[in-house]
Design a protein around this ligand. Structure first.
Ligand SMILES: [Zn+2]
Length: 158
């Protein structure tokens, strides 16, 4: 995939939930719980990330690519980012760890046998694992609920 189709993000401390939902959509989204503005700007610039911020001063300085997030509500925040960058993300939902931001890797069903509830093991075929925290993901009801929520927020396109 062309890199331009796959922007990477760095979210400031006000935008943790937005970062998490960008990960649900499959985007690489760092989230800074703390840190000086200049440090955020430096990391964004160095790593080619678009800084998502609620601080208009940062955007005005223009030291790195940035988007001023105007809303304090998640649905509207997501729409702002999607509209600004014309994001296409249909095929990438749940390809990234929601906690570590690392790309998930497919794992064999047998390998997760003792790590997921028996019901899940018997009803799911496809499992993915995070190479960082070893969390296991599968397209179960939680996953479906989050995809539904995304569909509600973004409207169609899934
Ligand atoms: Zn992880």
């Amino acid at each position: 995939m062309d890199q331009r189709d796959k922007p990477r993000f760095a979210a400031d401390s006000m935008l943790g939930t937005l970062a998490k939902w960008l990960r649900v959509m499959g985007y690489d989204a760092l989230y800074f719980q703390r840190g000086e503005d200049v440090e955020l700007e430096r990391i964004a610039l160095r790593e080619g990330r678009t800084l998502l911020t609620r601080d208009g001063e940062i955007v005005k300085r223009g030291t790195c690519p940035s988007i001023l997030i105007r809303s304090d509500q998640l649905p509207q925040q997501l729409r702002e980012v999607i509209a600004e960058l014309r994001l296409k993300w249909e095929s990438k939902v749940f390809t990234r760890c929601l906690v570590c931001n690392l790309p998930l890797v497919q794992t064999e069903k047998e390998k997760v046998k003792n790590r997921v509830p028996p019901y899940v093991y018997h009803t799911q075929k496809r499992f993915m694992i995070c190479p960082g925290c070893r969390r296991i993901y599968w397209p179960g009801t939680h996953w479906q609920r989050m995809t539904e929520r995304l569909r509600e927020i973004v409207g169609g396109g899934l």
